[in-house]
Each structure stands twice: as C-alpha cells, then as structure tokens.
Design a protein around this ligand. Structure first.
Ligand code: AMP
Length: 395
C-alpha cells in the first residue's frame, strides 16, 4: 500500500483529493472543521518535503455553478488551520486552474473550486479527469469519505498517474484500522451493531459474521429479532418483512459459531418522546401501547461482560434513541465499556454516522482506538466491498 511516506515531494506538485465537504451556517462560516483538520498531517508532510499542494474537493450537492457551494467560503478556515495563506482559484480545470497550479512555488497551497460544479465529476468522466490530472505531478487520495464513489477525482484520475499515486495519511489510517478489525484482528472479536433498521445493516451483518466471535445487536433492530422469535414487542419499531431474514441471520450465526447477544430487557416508553412515561420490561413482554427505546440494565450487564473480554471491538449504531436524554443511557454505558476495554489493551473502532455523533456528544472520541470519518465508505468496507477509490491506488 503506497502512501505519501513513500514519496519525496521536493519540487513536486501534489494534487490531493481531500474531503472538505464541511457544514456551513447561513453566514457561510464553517461550523465543524474536523475534516479540514483531518487532512492537515498529509498536507504538512508534503510542504515540509519542499513540495507544493493543490487541494481538490467537493462541497454539498450543487446543480451546476452555485455561489452558495463555492469553496471560496472556506479559504479563510483552511488558511487558519494550515497556518498559511491558502490561494484559491475559481475553477478546477482549464486555463485559470492550470496557470494557478503552474505558478505555485514550493511551500504554497492552492485550493481549487468545487469539483461538483462540473457534472463530469460524479459521472466519472475520463476527459475531465485528464484535465484535473494536468495540474499535479503526484496524485494523493486522502478523501476516505468519498472512496466508495467512482468519481473523476476519487478514482478515474488515478490512471493518469500510473507510478505517482498514493494514499494520504488519513486514508491510510482508515484502511489500516478497518483491516485491524476485518483481517488481522486479535480474538475475541466483537461487533456491536445498533441503529434503527435491520435492512440498512443486513449486508454488514452477513459479511461480518465470518470475522467475529460475538455480535451484539441493539437499538431498533432488536425488535425485529425478538418478534421473529415469538416475543411481544408492543409498539416498538419493527420491519415485518425482515422477520425471516432475522431468523436466517440467527441460524447462520449458529452455523459459524458466532454468539449473538440481544437485549434481554429494555426501557420502554408510552410514546416516542423524551417526556413519555417509562418503565423497564423483559424484551419479550412489552405491553401494547409501549415501545422499547433503550437497552435495560440486565442487557447492559451482559454486554459489559462480552466487551471487557474482547480484544477487538467494532461499534456501529447506537443502542437506543440517544438523541433523547432519557434513552441515551445504554449508548453511554456501551461507550464506557468500550473505553474501559480499550484502556485494557483492546483495539476499538467506531464508525457510521450516528455512532460517531454519539461518541463525540458523550466525549468518548479519545477513549476509543479510532473513530472512522467515512460513514458510507466504512459501511461498504464492512460489507466486504472493494472501494473504487482504494482499488484505483492499489492497481
Ligand atoms: P442508524 O442510522 O441505522 O445507525 O440508526 C440510528 C438511529 O437509530 C438513531 O437516530 C436512533 O435514535 C435510532 N434508534 C436507536 N434505537 C432505537 C429504538 N429502539 N427505536 C427507534 N429508533 C431507535
């Protein structure tokens, strides 16, 4: 796996695909700069080698050229984080972009305009990719969040750098962390899968059954399994068309010697509201009119035991409706168990949109081994897919 550490960038122009798709408020101020900060180590290494940097990214989903999606809005923030005046050019291909790139001196950084101002970007257009490729000497992909898309700047462009393409440090770290769970994992391996629906996680569950010793299933998914097994789930969320699938997963798990752990008790509420009346019931005896919104204390005891015995832990999806404080306890406690296991030497990887939000909200970010930045990309890797953005560099 080639990374920027395998290159010396002295007097070279690095063309880096970054993921600067950051949230902006109505004054066009960046409200969360995590993604910009995440790209800093890669940029710093190239600059300290004596190279120059050309940054390309998308922002939002513009339909053609739309000022509100211009990357000019983030130039100040990028400059602040990189501690240098970043130049900006109002196009990503063509004469203007080419001359800005050409005039770049070692140590200088140029940010190109939004790639998605051209529909050729998402279409993976070869000619467009070729025009982008003209701008740099070495292509670096550091945008894990878009690695599952075969877009021009993430995948197609790589063919124009047969010997001069590599991963940035962020991307390398993501791949390495996922491989620690999927390929070179220390046993016992436990996956915690929560969230709302079985349907959105089914491919992950199926692929991961071959890699883990324990699987904890929590969150809204619980009730499809419990109902399939004949329990009363009251008004809990359930996918009735996935009952057979749930039974099939349980059968497969048995065949593959994977221990499945489902909540045995739950916090139920008489409405989907933080103000609702709550009580704790057996997961198979939820009265009509009540719905399960969080894991109960006995379940958490069981999960704790499994987590503390694990050497590798993957966490995707909350154990309850953590956005409401009254149903956040299970997710917080799970975070505590994983933090403790990590402190004892386990490798823990958290990823997928909502679990990252939960981890940040409850302050576990630095208590787990790695928090993945790519929601969709990470899920696709967990599903066993080979991401086009990764394959293009490995080719
Ligand atoms: P996902 O995007 O599939 O990871 O699902 C995350 C969402 O699942 C969060 O917004 C949670 O509020 C929700 N969720 C977790 N547990 C439950 C539950 N028992 N009932 C309904 N929604 C839930």
């Amino acid at each position: 796996m080639k990374t920027i550490s395998d290159f010396n960038f002295q007097n070279k122009k690095a063309l880096i695909r970054v993921d600067f798709n950051v949230p902006l408020d109505d004054q066009f101020i960046v409200t969360d700069a995590t993604r910009i900060e995440a790209a800093k180590p890669t940029i710093d290494k190239i600059i300290s080698d004596g190279g120059s940097v050309i940054l390309m990214s998308h922002l939002g989903r513009p339909k053609g050229i739309e000022d509100e999606f211009s990357l000019k809005h983030i130039v100040d923030k990028v400059s602040e984080i990189l501690k240098t005046d970043v130049k900006f050019v109002s196009d990503c291909i063509g004469e203007k972009a080419e001359s800005a790139a050409q005039n770049l001196k070692p140590g200088e950084i140029l940010l190109l305009e939004n790639l998605r101002f051209y529909q050729e970007e998402e279409a993976g257009d070869v000619e467009f990719s070729k025009k982008l490729a003209k701008l740099g000497d070495i292509y670096v992909n550091d945008a894990f969040g878009t690695a599952h898309r075969a877009h021009a700047s993430t995948t197609i462009i790589a063919q124009f750098f047969p010997n001069n393409k590599c991963f940035g440090l962020l991307m390398a770290k993501e791949i390495e962390s996922l491989n620690k769970v999927l390929k070179n994992s220390e046993k016992p391996v436990t996956a915690v899968l929560g969230g709302s629906k079985v349907s959105s996680k089914i491919t992950v569950i199926e692929n991961i059954l071959d890699k883990v010793d324990h699987m904890i299933i929590g969150g809204g998914m619980t009730f499809t399994f419990v109902k399939a097994l004949g329990g009363n789930i009251g008004n809990s969320i359930c996918e009735d068309d996935k009952l057979d699938l749930a039974l099939e997963i349980l059968r497969l798990a048995k065949e593959k010697n994977v221990d499945i752990h489902i909540p045995v008790d739950v916090v139920v509420a008489n409405a989907f509201s933080n103000e609702a009346e709550t009580k704790i019931t057996d997961v198979t005896k939820i009265p009509d009119g009540w719905q399960g919104l969080d894991a109960g204390p006995k379940s958490l005891e069981n999960f704790k035991k499994v987590i503390l015995e694990s050497k590798t832990i993957l966490w995707n999806g909350p154990l309850g409706v953590f956005e409401m404080p009254n149903f956040a306890n299970g997710t917080i406690e799970l975070g505590n168990f994983i933090a403790e296991a990590t402190k004892n030497g386990a490798f823990s990887l958290v990823g997928g949109g909502d679990s990252v939000a939960a981890v940040k909200q409850f302050g576990f970010e630095h208590k787990v081994s790695y928090v993945s930045t790519g929601g969709g990309a990470m899920l696709e890797m967990l599903e066993g897919k080979i991401l086009p953005g990764i394959a293009a560099i490995l080719d």
